[in-house]
Each structure stands twice: as C-alpha cells, then as structure tokens.
Write a protein that binds this ligand. Sequence first.
Ligand code: DWN
Ligand code: SAH
Length: 395
Amino acid sequence: MIDKKNDNFLMSFGKMPIANNFLHENDFSKEFFYEMKVGFNEEYSLFKLLEHPKPEQMFNSKYPFLTSSSNYMIQHFNNFYKFINKNYLHSINEKIIEIGCNDGTMLNFFENKSSCLGFEPSTNVAKIAEKKNLNIIPKFFSYDYPEAKKFLNDTKIIYAANVICHIPDLNSLIISIDKFLNKKGLFIFEEPYLGSMINKNSYDQIYDEHVYIFSISSIKKIFKKYNFDLIDVFPQSTHGGSMRYVIGREGEYEIEKNVEFYESKEIKDNINNFDGMLNFKKQCSSSKDKIIEQLETFKKNGKTISGYAATSKSTTVLNYCNIGTNLINCIYDTTPDKIGKFSPGMHIPIKDYKEFNNQYPDIVYLFAWNHKEEIFSKEKNFIRNGGQWFSHVKI
Ligand code: DWN
Ligand code: SAH
C-alpha cells in the first residue's frame, strides 16, 4: 500500500485555482481555490502535491486541453505508436489499452481498432475520440466496468502519456493494471520527469492535475510494492523533458542496463531524497523575484507584454508570481474552448492566436516554452518585426 506516512512538506505555492478552468467574467465570484502545497515522500522518493482538488473537479465535460493542439505532439505519438508496435507487439490482434486517450490522437494509429480500448473521463474530449470510431470508455480508468470485461487478464499493452501523474490513487491504478495485463503484459507510460523539472527549474509543471512528478527511483519503488519490475526507461524531450517507463511482471523480463544507468544518475544528482529538493525550493522563489522584476522593468520602459499559449502551466506561474493584466494584457491561444474566456485566478483575457499578428506586442511571455520549436517556426515574423520572447525557463 502506497500511503502518506512519510510525506514531508517542502513548500507552498499559495492559493491556486483549477489550472484548466478558463472562465467567463460572471463566474469569477464562484471560482474555486486550494492551497498548492508540495512535498516529498521519502519512502518512495516521490515528489507530490500534498493537497489537490478532486479529479472530478478537473476532468469532466469541460476539459479544454486537446492532444492535437500541437502538430509536434501528433508526430511524437505516431513515433510512440511505432515504438510499441515494433518492440512489443507480435500480432495486430493483441489487446491494447490507453489510459487517458484524450481526443484519440495516439489510439487512432493502431491498425486493429477492435483490439484497442481507451479510457477518457473528460467526456467532451472522449466524444472527439469516439467520432474516430475508437472504442472508448468515457470514465476514469478501472478494471471494474462490464464494457472492459474481455480485456481482463488478456491485455498485452497498457500505455499512457502524461496521465499517470494525474491519478492520485496509485494503489487502485496498479490493481487495475494487474487485473488487465496477461502474464507477459507490459505497462508503458511517459510522464514529465523530476530530473528535468529540477534542472530547468520548470516549477510550472506543478499544478492541480500533476499530483506527482515521477522519477526512476520513485517508479521502481512504487511498482515493486505490487510485484512489478521497472524493466526499461527512455528519456524523452517532450513537454520539457519526460521519461518513458516500461513495467513488466516481476521476473518475466530481463532488466535493461538503462534502468541502472539513469537511476545512478538520479542518486548522484541527489533527486531521490528530500534534501535534494531544498535547492529547488530556493530556485522557485528566486525565479519568482526575477520574473516580476523583469516584467516590471519592461513595463517601466513602455513595452507592451502579451502571453502566448494559455497552458495549464501558465496558471502556476501567473498565480504564484501574482501576474495579472497590470503586466500582461492578454494571452494568445489556439483552443476554441479557451478563446474569449479569462485565465484561471488572474483573469487575463484569452484571445485567438490569429489576432496575434494584427498588432505585435513588444514582449511575449511564451507559456508553452515546451513547444518553442513549433511556435517559433510559426511566428517567425514576430522576431523579424523586432519582437522578443520571454520565459522563466531558458528558451
Ligand atoms: O499533462 C498535460 C499536458 C499533456 O497537456 C495536461 N495536464 C494538460 C496539458 O498541459 P499544458 O496545457 O501545459 O499543455 P501544452 O501542450 O504545453 O500547451 C497547450 C496549450 O498551448 C493549448 O492551450 C494550446 C496552446 N498552443 C498554442 O496556442 N499554439 C499550443 C501550441 C503548440 C501552439 O502552437
Ligand atoms: N495523453 C494525452 C492527454 C494528456 S492530458 C496527451 O499526452 O496529450 C491528461 C488526460 O488524462 C486528460 O484527457 C484527462 O481527462 C485524462 N485522465 C485524468 N485522470 C484519468 C484517469 N483516472 N483515467 C483515465 N484518464 C484520466
């Protein structure tokens, strides 16, 4: 049982709204806030939120994020599909489950749709996946649904991307995985990586949906508790630095050298224990001071500042640093469900990205720093017109 016994408080980012709750002006007064406290569980080397909203408050019929909002990510998921297909599948009839399939971008690459199943509790995005003729259960992942019965004990691959860190109850998650996988079955998933977050000081990876920021040390310990081995790991450049983990039943597969290689790096870098996090805490508050000072200097010098990409991550930066319309006039974004609304907590207006080149601001805070290649190539004219990108993460 993975429990909270050895959770140690690290720091508080203060009052936070729901990161993806982009809202209309008449909903400002009933906006929900919680205190975003983070900590580190010494027993599992696990970086985590100590308080968070209930999953239903975030994943419901109004979830605005779509996997397909990034062309680069669509390509990445095509490559992830090929990676699974080439390395772990022997026939197109082997059963496959995706946890948190969102709009079905990755599941749609698999050839035999009838052997695939996606779980997606955000029903508005689940509907987009269903329109692609995919087999979807529009609910939170669990083995306990009649519709999932034929996948029990018979699934070769369960995979997920940027989802497992969204699931607070790791015990129930692993019990369901155990019920679905066959003897040689594998659980393959990738998530934002603690090592990258610490290196880049990208503290904006922390928000209500990201209950955990995993590492090799934590994943190995958590799954060991349920008689699973971490058999391989593959660093990824996506979402600012992620790690792909391959999990098999204890003793069924050889453990690849990569696991020890990257795990020993974590031990050397001191990211497997609470003390190793103390420097990160300092970095967060000095980053906050620096950002505010820089934005205020831009303003004093008469510069106009806008944001680009109303990411979930931006909710952490804006609320932690208390940045509102006094500093950033609006945020440009591509998502229909965000445009015309206001950012959670700080209430900065969200505008259609198509309006961006009508009148360029002087400075643009790039909130999707993780998609900089894609965005820079799309917005070359901004730089040609003398504009300047800005971020708290090195870009
Ligand atoms: O883990 C998660 C990841 C996978 O996606 C979720 N919890 C929620 C979400 O996080 P995010 O919002 O920080 O994701 P992104 O992919 O960094 O940013 C997406 C946002 O950026 C969307 O609102 C669309 C916008 N965007 C844009 O306006 N122009 C994105 C791109 C690539 C662009 O060119
Ligand atoms: N895999 C996609 C989506 C990531 S966003 C990608 O990488 O782009 C996180 C997704 O996980 C959301 O679509 C959310 O609705 C879903 N999710 C959250 N909790 C879940 C759970 N317990 N079971 C299944 N999906 C979940």
